[in-house]
Design a protein around this ligand. Sequence first.
Ligand code: CA
Length: 258
Amino acid sequence: MLFVAIRITGSGQTNPGRVRSANEDAWGVFPDLQFFIVADGMGGHAGGEVASRLAVEGMEEFLQTSRDPSEITWPADLDPNLPWPVKRLIIAGQTANHKIFDVGRSDEKLKGMGTTMVSVLVEGDTAYVAHVGDSRAYLIRDAKIKQLTEDHSLVNDYVSQGLLKPEEASQHPLHHVITRALGSNEHVEVDVQTLPLRPGDELLLCSDGLSNLLTEEEMRSEITGSPNDLQAACERLVNLANKKGGDDNITVALISSS
Ligand code: CA
């Protein structure tokens, strides 16, 4: 197979925000795997931190050991016709899910912990975007921003059913309630979508500590402010969320293709 030679770089940043003493978010940028992830943990002080860290570590570990498809036994219930990177992401998410679920069951202090996950795996000129929960992925292309992921959240269900206006969702008292998480149940469904990349594309992964406070236009403007300095753009996004209240942990990862 011939791949377009797209170059991928990534950077990330996390901040506890201005209200919370602990940071239950986690992130990872793994250039050798072309894998990028943000996770937002929940379930008490210790639990949230552990769950989000296990999501990052668990998915990275599976991706490290699944570079060669011939060495992997795929679960029987997985559609064999799915593209290989899609299968890898689904099983990576389910592997992390098992790990978090098992640890949560065996330790009273960690009982009930779970985490969101949004991640990108790039292969050739294609990005595969996986998510569970309400952490989001956005695409910035041709100076426009577009949300790629659909939140697995109660308020998003309300919006789909016409019970709530989209602009009311982030301020709704139940906006933090998610309907899918890694580690909450023995099985989890991982959504994966395929995105053909173009040079100049940027992808933003973020926890709701960012997306609840910044408008899409604010995100776009902070990201495109310094196209060649991802770290500076990550810092600007975090700083703006803190300026606008910082009521939750704030985590971002930025991926750029050139
Ligand atoms: Ca959060």
